[in-house]
Design a protein around this ligand. Structure first.
Ligand SMILES: Nc1ncnc2c1ncn2[C@@H]1O[C@H](COP(=O)(O)OP(=O)(O)OP(=O)(O)O)[C@@H](O)[C@H]1O
Ligand SMILES: [Mg+2]
Length: 279
């Protein structure tokens, strides 16, 4: 059964989508040589901006509304999930459930009026859980039903953190939301790790915050992702970092290329393997 990992932080622009896309791509690369169907990875795009689709299916921003995640969340009965799956043009074992901006905004508005509104994503993923080794869920920078659905559906959460005082103090709200979801819906859920992102190592504030995070979350702090123009270039070229700067080898611990970003997201892939059941 798939390990389901939600990438969450209500703060905007902290690297959620970058992390979701690159983690999903890195896991796909790692698993590509395995012949079983459990080498598949699914990326679920809950971010209305639809960037996950852009990075995996070249040139496409938006899926048609009736073939996007929002239809699965609000229609009764929901459409066939198999029909919605897109295959990445970069990785044959990476699939995407795409977003549609307008329909996703509508879905966020309509969801609170529907029955079982918190567990709709969990319900729709149930039928395909066994077909994937990992399901990665990208979330929007908002609180509300979309985020709650992504938390109710997950086993693990990765929290990208912007290393600033504001970024760290803002974590409390998300931690409270996770605690509420744990109590009311999903006792299994746990924080796999805090991932410092867009780190500018020459700034003293960043170093101080990394030390503070290390003290506060000694077992949950993941290796930092530094600010790297390669990640921004990969993003604007509609690629993940492993496609943009391919690693020299695909062996565990060696997803490295001339780009530091490939190595750092490669390390995240490895940490995720170690901390989940899909080894
Ligand atoms: N490590 C990094 N180095 C340089 N640029 C980065 C890095 N990570 C992300 N970016 C860039 O920062 C911007 C915001 O990143 P991203 O879209 O992943 O954040 P987000 O948390 O998903 O945002 P939103 O909350 O709006 O969905 C993007 O332009 C992305 O290319
Ligand atoms: Mg995003």
């Amino acid at each position: 059964m798939a390990d389901i990992i939600t990438i969450a932080n209500e703060k905007g622009g902290v690297g959620k989508t970058t992390t979701a896309v690159n983690l999903a791509a890195g896991l796909s690369l790692y698993l590509a040589d395995q012949s079983t169907k459990s080498n598949r990875v699914l990326l679920v795009d809950m971010d209305p901006q639809g960037h996950a689709l852009l990075a995996t299916a070249y040139g496409e921003h938006d899926a048609p509304a009736d073939q996007s995640l929002s239809a699965l969340l609000v229609e009764s009965p929901p459409p066939s999930i198999q029909r919605l799956l897109r295959i990445s043009i970069h990785h044959p074992n990476l699939y995407v459930i795409p977003s549609n901006r307008a329909a996703m905004v509508d879905a966020a508005r309509v969801l609170p009026t529907l029955m079982a509104n918190e567990s709709r994503l969990s319900q729709v993923l149930r039928s395909i859980k066994n077909d994937f080794a990992f399901i990665i869920i990208d979330t929007p920078p908002t609180t509300g039903d979309l985020l709650v659905n992504a938390l109710v559906a997950a086993n693990h959460i990765i929290i990208p953190v912007e290393p600033s005082y504001l970024g760290v103090s803002g974590l409390r709200e998300l931690q409270n939301t996770i605690e509420q979801v744990k109590i009311h819906f999903n006792p299994e859920i746990h924080i796999l790790g805090y991932l410092p992102t867009i780190c500018e190592e020459q700034r003293i504030e960043v170093r101080e915050i990394l030390e503070q995070l290390e003290k506060r979350y000694p077992h949950q702090l993941l290796g930092p992702i530094h600010k790297a123009s390669d990640l921004a270039y990969a993003h604007s070229s509609h690629m993940d970092i492993f496609t943009y700067k391919p690693p020299r080898q695909r062996l565990p611990g060696q997803l490295a290329s001339s780009s530091r970003a490939t190595k750092e997201y490669g390390d995240l892939v490895e940490a995720v393997f170690k901390r989940t059941s899909s080894k």
